[in-house]
Design a protein around this ligand. Sequence first.
Ligand code: UDP
Ligand code: LCN
Length: 821
Amino acid sequence: MAMASASLMRLDTPISDSLNDALRRSRNQMKKCFARFVENGKRLMKCQDLMKDVEITIEDKRERSHVLEGFLGYILSNTQEAAVVPPNIALAVRPSPGFWEFVTVNATSLEVGDLTASEYLKFKEAIFDENWANDENALEIDFGAIEFTAPRLSLPSSIGNGVNLISKFISSRFGEDKQNVNALVNYLLGLQHRGQSLMINKKLNTVSKLQSALFAAQVYVSSLPKDTPYEEFKHKMKGWGFEKGWGSNSERVRETMLLLSEVLQAPDPAKLELLFSKLPTTLNIVIFSPHGYFGQAGVLGLPDTGGQIVYILDQVRALEEELLHRIEQQGLQAKPQILVVTRLIPDARGTKCNVELEPIENTKHSHILRVPFYTQNGVLRQWVSRFDVYPYLERFAKDATAKILKVMDCKPDLIIGNYTDGNLVASLMAKKLGITQGTIAHALEKTKYEDSDAKWKELDPKYHFSCQFTADMISMNATDFIITSTYQEVSGSKNRPGQYESHEAFTMPGLYRVVSGINVFDPKFNIAAPGADQSVYFPFTEKSKRLTNFHPEIEELLYSRENNDEHIGYLADKKKPIIFSMARLDTVKNITGLTEWYGKNRKLRSLVNLVLVAGFFDPSKSKDREEIDEIKKMHSLIEKYKLKGQIRWIAAQTDRYRNGELYRCIADTKGAFVQPALYEGFGLTVIEAMNVGLPTFATNQGGPAEIIVDGVSGFHIDPYNGDEASKKIVAFFEKCKSDGGYWNKMSEAGLQRIHECYTWNIYAKKALNMGSIYGFWRQLTKDQKQAKMRYIEMIYSLLFRNLVKNVSIPTEESLPAPTAT
Ligand code: UDP
Ligand code: LCN
């Protein structure tokens, strides 16, 4: 649940006046409705609860739609949450993404009052902890109070377009004050590689000296044949004060010089953005992903080890390729280095997670560096859940920093964190070394669990959300830029707040109240969607590329009759199309939900078989709390709905090449992929399935709702309405029966969507441009950043460190028996 404080976005005209009028016009009905809201006993109501009560109270359909047609309907349908504290009801209204309004309505008099975010949160707290709500000195966190001069976007449609906006802000600052142009000269003077200056040296330490030298040099390079190598005229350049990095030949040098001259003369955002994409600002990158089993083989599908690893490894390959391309164009001989830093797990269970340095496949210079977690007793040997990693992170950050500096033999230019733990460690290291930082969440847990903030005390023993949300808030604020996969990740959709938006204002009664945690209108947000490795996930129609060597194994995997360690259940009718899903066996992935929908829908069962790749079958072999529950649930559903003969449950699969072929074999059956998650941050399996040409049904909760255009490039399903979801799947297969071309049409439309929007090359270009431009922006705004960092340091030292003490550290004995993987 998120809402804006005074420093965040509100509508120009407060809603209270119009709401007053609207309530007056339907006074009798509304009195009954508000009385019901109070009487029904629910203290924290969601939009659907309010609507249900209205439906019960105003029974006559025509009368009801008359009341709801106007402003009242608009307010109630945009209310995300209502805190009922009789006789008042406080409404948190979200008229559009990122915009919030708070009002209170007295249920007896229907009197309306405006509320600030802080006041609204206090109402809400009263439901959970009355003393805390009344404590005048309860801790309030307000980043908006520090950032009151920071530029903000104003249109929801601009959210996620940060680089674009930052170029505009920089341009206007150049226009306002020449001092800011000097900052660019200083930035260029700071560019270096292994102690060697790049672009310019100290000779050109003022704007006017740089402009004059650029003028002279451009006249000279323009007179050279276009392809003259830089080496042939580097002495001449040095004479003016120029160093390497302008381009590999005279033409490129001329282009870059012209761009800089134009920017110095009259700043223009588009030219500025282009200039920064050409500067040699980034040669060495560190990417943090501490938790997991992080490896290149044998780890996928294990608890906590899914898309984040796939994403990072593909990301590294794409970034290295783009870096090599840029370095070549810049005329440098440098070797880019990318280090993915994760934890070293001595009990590696057959994986390479106990190896300190491992080259990354299909790259030239990139490595995984593993650094152990320490406890008082020495190195922590075993895997721990991502929810329990907090006690080890501070020491990990320190050890990792020392190790990285040694392995790289220089400071990195950019640090990118992944997920809560990686982002926190990245923040600690970036602060220590003064380096540009980017963060990636993959998924913020807060929106995955209903009321996870307000009910934190209940959930903390299992999930340690007090640590997680604090760590997330620290790194969201410390970082220079944030990469997100979709728009919805930042600010959601019309009806659902975004993952970041849910951190704008929230409360954890008894701990702290956040009135401004992150602002989704901050220009640090950038959407750069990942892709899928197209050498692995290519269309099933590309017959010559098909990995037919896997076919006998896949045939066995899908259709053999016996149960073994890899599969249970069987498919009696091999001719039916298959609906397929593959995910970690987390509650949120809702694989059990899909099994139940299938079990309940006779028609669906008669049309298709169900194949699932997920987790293990033996709960005693799992170490993960949620996975154990889900395994048990799967077995009971198979029993309850008598699914044997129609379901194949396959254990977690670790070979992505074979998985790629498995998706294609499912496409051969003219089947479909179903992603039923209760919530999905992005959803790489959705992209993988679409890349092979498998028609896809995916959850409407989260990233997939944006990846797929419903009914055009696939289908949305509502995971909270299984009957409707399974009917939608039935309708598809029935239509395929009556219309011979329909399956192919949907398959091709999915592929088209992928090619237009989801490739790694587009991603790498965007990410490197972010590193470059935000590196300069942080210099330009360093005073404000310093003030904010001080605030963050206090939160870290006084809050976070204490919260971490509540997370227990496992002893060897407390762990279940090792899992045979
Ligand atoms: N995956 C896999 N084997 C499994 C389950 C998943 O290889 O048993 C892969 C899947 O192909 C995808 C990733 O793990 O590449 C899961 O990513 P997604 O974004 O769908 O979900 P996450 O696990 O990150 O929440
Ligand atoms: C984590 C998730 O939960 C998925 O939704 C994403 O696709 C994956 O990371 C990669 O970003």
